[in-house]
Design a protein around this ligand. Structure first.
Ligand code: UT7
Length: 357
């Protein structure tokens, strides 16, 4: 028996920030962001809302979709790079907020590949019989790591008061990465009920630790004593550093490569794939993936225009939307693919059960 997805749910915050809104707080334009990234708008939670809150909302929606109660879940896997606290991770918070029993709850990192790694772990638990019902959730609240002052946040969310020249210059200094991200969460409920040839057919996960500086947060880590200092924060060590071009080139090459590896291991071919649910970091990366595969946007769809990069949230949010739109139905062969900080990347192949529709 294979692992099958029996329910999906998402949590999307209400605060919408368009590219035009961003141009009020930094030197950028809708034209630049749209043509370079495909992002048109992104969502942000209110301050005080954590990734555990978004995760819990997505999990409850996925459980409702599956027709299951929280008490029936026996493994929870949460993926986020923006936890509520430095420690512990959010899995315990999500377990408590959703009313699950005292089950095994895992926190995994893996950033943009976090959901994919979570899916693989869920499959391992289900196929070994250690769990009957597993929930995987990817959730992010990126607002907290954006370098914007309270005045900038107020302005970007529609306030009429102008920001200082200093704030404008600082926001512009960090514009290359700050325009990419948004908040959101997506969850899946999985059970071990798939028939032969259905469900999760294989996965191929990889890590190239030599590339961990492609995108990373250099400070607020425990090799420093103390791990956080005013001087460090003053020097912005808590903000992400990103080699955009390097990430771009690796993502375009390694997502298709991982997809080919897992296809070969499952005896399937590229032509068999109906839809590639790929990590949403940049529409031009997806364009590159389409070119490598020789397919169009119907096979490698994008929703980055609406949400930006929601890191661990992108795969389950896009999958949920495709399912809702009837683009993933019984028999559909899906390839999940992701690449991100670590550098962790990989792909998985999933056949939607015939009975799902
Ligand atoms: O999942 C992991 C997360 N991150 C990624 O996957 C990122 C992958 N990489 C990318 O998406 C792209 O590399 C970026 C969107 C980050 C950058 O696009 P690019 O086409 O590689 O632009 P660039 O960095 O080469 O910058 C071109 C110009 C520069 O100006 P000059 O030096 O040519 O005068 C930048 O300063 O665009 C400028 N620029 C901007 N201009 C307006 C950078 N960011 C912005 C901005 N608005 N937001």
């Amino acid at each position: 028996m294979s692992s099958i997805i029996v329910g999906t749910g998402i949590a999307i915050p209400d605060n919408v920030v368009s590219n035009h809104d961003l141009s009020r707080i930094m030197d950028t334009t809708d034209e630049w962001i749209t043509t370079r990234t495909g992002v048109k708008e992104r969502r942000f939670v209110d301050p005080g809302t954590g990734s555990s809150d978004l995760a819990a909302e997505a999990v409850l929606a996925a459980l409702e979709d599956a027709g299951l109660e929280a008490g029936e879940v026996d493994a929870l896997i949460t993926a986020t790079m923006t936890p509520d606290y430095v420690a512990p991770g959010i899995s315990g918070l999500v377990q408590a907020k959703t009313g699950m029993r005292h089950i095994a709850a895992y926190d995994i990192r893996q950033q943009c590949s976090g959901f994919l790694y979570g899916l693989d772990l869920a499959d391992a638990l289900l196929s070994s019989g250690r769990a009957k019902t597993a929930v995987v959730v990817g959730a992010e609240v990126h607002g907290g790591f954006l370098p914007w002052s309270a005045a900038s946040w107020n302005r970007v969310l529609g306030g009429s008061e102008d920001i200082s020249e200093e704030d404008f210059a600082r926001n512009t200094e960090h514009r290359a990465w700050s325009v990419l991200f948004g908040d959101g969460a997506g969850a899946m409920v999985l059970t071990a009920g798939g028939a032969e040839g259905e469900g999760l057919l294989g996965s191929s996960l990889h890590t190239d630790g030599e590339e961990f500086e492609l995108i990373w947060v250099p400070g607020v880590g425990f090799k420093d004593r103390p791990y956080v200092t005013a001087a460090g924060v003053e020097a912005d060590v808590h903000l992400p550093q990103m080699d955009g071009g390097g990430l771009f080139r690796k993502a375009v090459r390694l997502m298709p490569e991982a997809a080919q590896t897992v296809l070969a291991s499952t005896g399937l071919e590229l032509n068999d794939i109906d839809v590639v649910v790929a990590h949403q970091a940049n529409d031009r990366i997806l364009e590159g993936v389409r070119r490598q595969f020789g397919v169009g946007s119907e096979k490698v769809p994008s929703n980055i225009g609406s949400y930006g990069n929601t890191t661990a949230g992108t795969l389950p949010i896009l999958y949920h939307e495709l399912r809702q739109a009837g683009r993933v139905t019984g028999g559909t062969l899906v390839c999940f693919a992701a690449f991100g900080a670590g550098a962790h990347y990989g792909a998985a192949i999933y056949r939607e059960p015939a009975a799902a529709e």
